[in-house]
Design a protein around this ligand. Structure first.
Ligand code: SF4
Length: 239
């Protein structure tokens, strides 16, 4: 069988923000969505990045194994890793042969047989529920809320431990009502044990400038820390 080849944007050897414990994080190149809050517009181009074989990445990840401890492992993020689901499947399968825990960070916007195959090798999913209203999804993401919800229903069916993630953007989704809706979604799916509310950040402005693109949410301020804390207090069982 021919080895699959993946296009990788970048690698973070010891990440602590994308999944449990210390993780080797692979950011895949390419995304079909255009979130107006996107921090990584430089990952969008599906033709960019550097080519890797799954075994090359696993060999690199193994160098950090001693730091993974009981909880850590590999996380594949993006861009949107589901665009290269066949490659990520092969990567995760090799990780499992090495007893490395696998975590997938995704928008959950694609669900087909290749993705289901990948999920069979996935130990945990970090699923972005970017908004809890379909209108906001259409306006600010470029797909429907029903896509990640369908994805979440499948994760629940397969009993894959899942963390829901949402970037909190002032004036758009920083209300208590939104977080209560997110909690409602979590409560309907027993695979969800945790919700992460992430503050909207604008450090990516320089990436947009370098690419000659407008940052659609460049005019929106970053949220204050106490706003995020107050929202977290609405969902104590999931934080
Ligand atoms: S899914 Fe992620 S990488 Fe793609 S546009 Fe949205 S935030 Fe950016």
């Amino acid at each position: 069988m021919k080895d699959s080849v993946g296009r990788v944007h970048s690698i973070q050897s010891m990440g602590t923000l994308d999944g449990p414990g210390v993780r080797f994080v692979v950011f895949m190149q390419g995304c079909h969505l255009r979130c107006k809050c996107c921090h990584n517009p430089d990952t969008w181009d599906v033709c960019g990045g550097t080519e890797y074989l799954p075994a090359e990445l696993v060999a690199k990840a193994c160098r950090y194994r001693e730091y993974f401890g009981a909880e850590g492992g590999i996380t594949v993020s993006g861009g949107e890793p589901l665009l290269q689901a066949g490659f990520v499947h092969d990567l995760f399968r090799l990780c499992h042969r090495e007893n490395i825990h696998t975590c997938l960070d995704t928008s959950g916007s694609i669900l087909n047989d290749t993705v289901r195959h990948l999920l069979a090798e996935t130990d945990r999913v970090l699923l972005d529920i970017k908004y809890t209203e379909d209108g906001l999804y259409h306006d600010h993401v470029g797909c429907s809320l029903s896509a990640p919800l369908e994805f979440l229903a499948y994760l629940d069916e397969q009993k894959i431990p899942t963390t829901l993630r949402q970037v909190i953007i002032p004036g758009i989704n920083d209300g208590k009502e939104n977080v209560l809706k997110l909690k409602e979604i979590a409560e309907k799916h027993s695979c969800v044990a945790q919700i992460e509310l992430l503050p909207f950040r604008k450090i990516c402005q320089t990436k947009y400038d370098a690419m000659g693109l407008p940052f659609p949410f460049g005019h929106i301020p970053e949220p204050k820390r106490d706003v995020i804390e107050a929202l977290q207090n609405v969902i104590p069982d999931y934080v």
